[in-house]
Ligand binder design. Structure first.
Ligand code: GLP
Length: 262
């Protein structure tokens, strides 16, 4: 695992975007796994800038990690102010790059048969040849996607109940700002499993801010434990890169050859 510590959120975002861009350049028809939340917004802005300079997404396929159950968006219809991750992805990235609509996969929170849908999603990832590079943020309780504490490290795409901490964190970050009452927030989500994530050939996790310093230290330095889902990354057989800003890295005890502070 490579851990890269950057001075600021902007530098973390630039570094992550460069890693994604180099994947796209080396394999123009690559499969990217994408994440939502406030953390990747800067990375997506930077990817849009790189696209304006010529980075080509026309052959790239993307699979998003998760979506709230009950929310979703038809990209062909005008969107409303819902808090779906589909809308988020469209707003923060897809509308400003040349990705083809048919190459975008986001779990459909409006599916009538979520269980069947989850198996289908898992199969589509396989049919696409697997994920070349999976981008991840980190939940305040160590969740990846919406894999809450206790999730099996072998879990696949499925419906997951959200914990109070996740609901509180995501309410503050998104719903409250949009003036949506807490009672209207979905309590369940479709998420790729930890097992699905670990099958990606390369993983890139980005984390910023002092609020995440404790959970970053636990994820990277405390024993591997399903109560802290992101500790599973240490079992990843492919390459894993973690890019932190210095606040998020501030509680790490270990420094060494794998830690580059740049
Ligand atoms: C949500 C998403 C996660 C994301 C996490 C962190 O729960 N499902 O994929 O990593 O939020 O969000 P933020 O980046 O806003 O801290």
């Amino acid at each position: 695992m490579d851990i890269i510590i950057k001075d600021s959120y902007d530098q973390m975002s630039r570094c992550a975007a460069e890693i994604i861009a180099s994947q796209v350049k080396s394999k123009p028809d690559c499969v990217l796994g994408l994440a939502t939340g406030s953390t990747p917004i800067g990375t997506y802005k930077e990817l849009i800038r790189l696209h304006r300079e010529g980075l080509d997404f026309s052959r790239v396929k993307t699979f998003n990690l998760d979506e709230y159950l009950g929310l979703g968006m038809d990209l062909e219809k005008p969107y409303d102010l819902d808090q779906s991750y589909a809308r988020f992805m469209y707003e923060e990235l897809f509308k400003d790059i040349n990705i083809k609509k048919e190459n975008i996969y986001i779990p459909d929170g409006l599916s009538q048969d979520p269980e069947k849908y989850c198996s289908w999603y898992e199969e589509e990832i396989k049919k696409a040849g697997g994920i070349d590079l999976q981008l991840l943020g980190l939940g305040g309780n160590g969740h990846l996607g919406f894999n809450e504490p206790g999730s099996s490290f072998e879990s696949k795409t499925r419906v997951e109940a959200l914990t109070k901490q996740t609901l509180d964190d995501n309410y503050k970050a998104f719903y409250q700002k949009a003036n949506i009452p807490r009672s209207q927030m979905p309590q369940f989500a479709i998420t790729m499993g930890i097992g699905t994530i670990l099958e990606a050939r390369n993983i890139l996790m980005i984390v910023n801010g002092s609020k995440k310093a404790d959970i970053v230290a636990k994820c990277l330095e405390s024993p591997i434990d399903s109560q802290i889902p992101a500790t599973a990354l240490r079992l990843h057989k492919g390459s894993t890169t973690v890019v932190l800003d210095k606040e998020a890295a501030s509680k790490l005890k270990l420094t060494g050859a794998t830690h580059q502070s740049v």
